[in-house]
Design a protein around this ligand. Structure first.
Ligand SMILES: [Zn+2]
Length: 145
């Protein structure tokens, strides 16, 4: 399949965009949409450009590498219970991907001690983790060190 072409069917059926995105994660690939007009990267992928409003975008694959800009420990109200059930240490933070987009993400492997170490060094490099949640695979990050 030619990833650089978006079919009419796909354009009018956002389900396909969502499905390709999640199937990609299962294969360790991060799919985004790139605007054919202004080149902006839409991630998570949308079928139109949020930057300039142009209606045609094409699939592109992101490295998943980027920088952790800020992070916070989650409180009881916004805790990711499924992660706590797995005994994972994590924070939520803003990751600026090398390809441009900034996203809110979960960063694994950061406990209080590690958090103190990296707070003064921000931004720090992160890399993608394709985490098996059982029923689906999702995209998290970890420190690239
Ligand atoms: Zn655009």
């Amino acid at each position: 399949m030619d990833l650089n072409r978006i079919s009419t069917e796909e354009f009018w059926n956002p389900e396909h965009v969502v499905e390709k995105f999640w199937n990609g994660l299962k294969d360790g690939k991060i799919y985004a949409k790139k605007c054919k007009e202004c080149g902006a990267i839409e991630f998570p992928p949308h079928h139109a450009c949020n930057s300039c409003g142009y209606h045609e975008t094409e699939w592109t694959e992101l490295s998943g590498k980027g920088e952790l800009i800020t992070f916070v420990f989650t409180g009881a109200l916004n805790a990711r219970l499924e992660l706590e059930d797995q005994g994972l240490k994590y924070v939520c933070g803003e990751v600026k991907l090398d390809e441009g987009p900034s996203i809110n993400a979960v960063i694994l492997g950061i406990n209080k001690k590690k958090a103190r170490e990296i707070t003064d060094k921000l931004p720090v490099r992160v890399r993608p983790v394709f985490h098996d949640m059982g029923r689906y695979t999702t995209l998290f990050f970890e420190l690239d060190e």
